[in-house]
Design a protein around this ligand. Structure first.
Ligand code: ADP
Length: 264
């Protein structure tokens, strides 16, 4: 009882004596609390764009009814808010899927060099718009791992998009693929994928919590850039499923490096 935060007791009278048995329900209580926090967070995240949409509908029906210019402007904003809700629902579904598949080991063999090259190819237009140069360093030969192609694409996409979004415009993002023969992180041969930006970096107080759902180091910037706060939580579950490791190192004013370590 001494080490439990929550206990449940059941008492009974047996042969003239009172017998009470206690059960440690700390884990159950913590799980319930997490579920309540999650539902509260989701409701809050959905309500913000929803309230904005309802406000604009009201205005379009009333004061802005005959103002064509205002109508166009408001529809543009409403479009943005609806997209935000759509992204959030998409990320919630992804999170749900990756969490439920976390115990199932991926069975396909895939070439990380090809996978990363093609991921970078699809992100390049976004990088160009932000004035960021994507620079890949990888071995010429295939680097084979057991992995889920769609999920690993999502991991690299999320990390590279974050590096573009938060790494400061007009800079370079380096993506490195390194093979290691003996990697203590996974106790055997590994493939390390590093996504390195040269942006403002992340304050060390935030680092341990970055993969929590809805945790944002810079809430204002994340929302402004359309972030859902779920990207790194999704990354963490996918990396866990691959029995890999996710590391982050950051120095203020210097930049941030996310490293995904996958067993080969
Ligand atoms: P979001 O949708 O907000 O981008 P993520 O889960 O992908 O959510 O990231 C969580 C938070 O981590 C972000 O809100 C941001 O504050 C911080 N972050 C992630 N990647 C970087 C980076 N490369 N540089 C600086 N901050 C970052």
């Amino acid at each position: 009882i001494v080490n439990c935060r929550y206990v449940r007791g059941v008492g009974a009278v047996q042969g003239g004596a009172v017998v009470v048995s206690f059960t440690d329900v700390t884990h159950l209580e913590q799980a319930n609390q997490m579920r309540r926090d999650f539902v509260a967070n989701v409701s809050h995240e959905l309500r913000t764009p929803l309230t904005a949409l309802m406000g604009f509908i009201e205005t379009l029906r009333g004061p802005a009814k005959d103002d064509a210019g205002a109508r166009e402007r408001f529809l543009e904003i409403m479009d943005g808010e609806a997209s935000r809700m759509n992204r959030l629902v998409g990320d919630l579904l992804s999170l749900n899927r990756v969490e439920s598949e976390e115990r199932v080991r991926p069975k396909e063999e895939l070439d990380l060099t090809a996978q990363i090259t093609s991921t970078i190819h699809s992100i390049r237009p976004l990088a160009q718009d932000a004035g960021v140069r994507l620079n890949l360093e990888a071995p010429d030969a295939p680097v084979l791992v057991m992995g889920d192609a769609d999920q690993l694409r999502q991991v690299f996409t999320n990390l590279i998009e974050n590096a573009i979004k938060y790494g400061g415009s007009g800079r370079r993002v380096d993506i490195k693929l390194i093979e290691m023969e003996r990697d203590v992180a996974v106790r055997g041969p590994s493939a390390r994928v590093q996504v390195i930006d040269h942006g403002p970096g992340i304050d060390p107080v935030h680092l341990p919590r970055l993969t929590e759902r809805f945790y944002r180091a810079d809430s204002h910037r994340s929302r402004e850039l359309g972030g859902t706060g779920l990207g790194l939580a999704i990354v963490k579950h996918i990396v866990n499923r691959h029995r890999g490791r996710l590391r982050v190192e950051s120095e203020l004013g210097q930049g941030t490096t996310f490293t995904v370590i996958l067993p080969r």
